[in-house]
Write a protein that binds this ligand. Structure first.
Ligand code: P6P
Length: 336
């Protein structure tokens, strides 16, 4: 409980929460806690840069392009540098997979640890200049093979992840993460410059009233996707009201709302993007890991996203995720 001067003398920070969780995880050495602490430093620095962007002239195109040809904005470059510098110097990671880097970043041998981190350092960056919420997404694997890290060490299904999380840079800054023991949300308290637990044991409703997708692409969708979306916009039962539509175009913001309010987020494959747009290793898998921890579902239209065997580190996949009953209803149309 906050005392008079707005500081809770017994606040549950992320670090304290992770140390508590570590105690109940046999064999935990504190290595993941140290890695996540460094990751939080990157997140706090990005949050500060996002808030200052307009004043500090961090908007605008940095001139370079990332692996998928997106124009890189200055904040994208800064966020990527922060993730790489914080994670490659903490002695807990051996390889980093970033949306912004064509090839894996191999940590110098003297700094290597046992974890592999996949991340999108600033997702939704096309929204930066209009102040719409953006985010960072990450997934963590433990390297299981001897010798120097290679791509094969991370081309594994999401079921082998040990942790996943996202940061949301919006009206406030939140981190939502899981280490496999439930999904928990932490809010940045500017009074102490640290994240404090505000959403313990997040669970998604088994059915919502919101669908979230870019309907501008309906022309390119498979008919089965159109049939599903039509079914929730024009319910057969006259007494049922249609689902509401909410789409921000920033995955972290759209999925965060889905966690809190329920419903379904979908980015289907379409004739322009035969595998969908979202990347498996550092967008869909981390979100799928967290969605299942929160009691939700995440599929690619056929199977669990986390069962996909990746072939490439920048591979894309279709995504249908959210409340179990909503995803199950959607799957009935997709598999009809
Ligand atoms: P579209 C942002 O560029 C992003 O990678 C995700 O954050 C978001 O969900 C998606 O693309 C939006 O894509 O095609 O609807 O603009």
């Amino acid at each position: 409980m906050a005392s008079d001067n707005g500081v809770d003398s017994d606040c549950m920070t992320i670090t304290r929460f992770l140390i508590d969780q570590q105690r109940s995880c046999p064999g935990a050495t504190g290595s993941l806690t140290l890695l996540l602490n460094q990751l939080m430093t990157a997140v706090k620095a990005i949050a500060s840069a996002v808030k200052r962007a307009g004043i500090a002239n961090l908007y605008g195109i940095a001139g370079s392009q990332n692996t998928t040809g997106d124009e890189q904005k200055k904040l994208d470059v800064l966020a990527n540098d922060l993730f790489i510098n914080m994670l490659s110097t903490c002695g807990q990671a051996c390889m980093l997979i970033s949306e912004e880097n064509e090839d894996p970043v191999i940590v110098p041998e003297e700094n290597r640890g046992k974890y592999i981190v996949t991340f999108d350092p600033l997702d939704g960056s096309s929204n930066i200049d209009c102040l719409v919420s953006i985010g960072s997404i990450w997934g963590i694997y433990e390297k299981k093979t001897p010798g120097p890290p290679t791509k094969e060490d991370v081309l594994r299904p999401g079921t082998e992840m040990v942790s996943a999380g996202y940061a949301l840079y919006g009206s406030g800054t939140m981190v939502v993460m899981s280490t496999g023991c439930g999904l928990h949300g932490f809010t940045l308290d500017p009074n102490i410059g640290d994240f404090v637990l505000t959403h313990r044991d997040m669970f998604i409703k088994n059915r919502g009233k919101i669908y979230s997708t870019n309907e501008g692409y309906e022309k390119y969708w498979d008919q089965k996707v159109t049939n599903y979306v039509h079914s929730i916009k024009y319910p057969e039962d006259e007494k049922k009201s249609p689902y509401g539509a909410r789409y921000i175009g920033s995955m972290v913001a759209d999925v965060h709302r889905t966690f809190l309010y329920g419903g379904i987020f979908l980015y289907p494959a379409n004739t322009k993007s035969p595998n969908g747009k979202l990347r498996l290793l550092y967008e869909s898998n981390p979100m799928a890991f967290m969605m299942e921890q929160a009691g939700g579902r995440a599929t690619d239209g056929e199977k669990r996203v986390m069962e996909i065997e990746p072939k490439g580190i920048h591979e894309r996949c279709p995504v249908f995720m959210g409340s179990t009953y909503d995803v199950d209803d959607c799957m009935k149309f997709l598999t009809a």
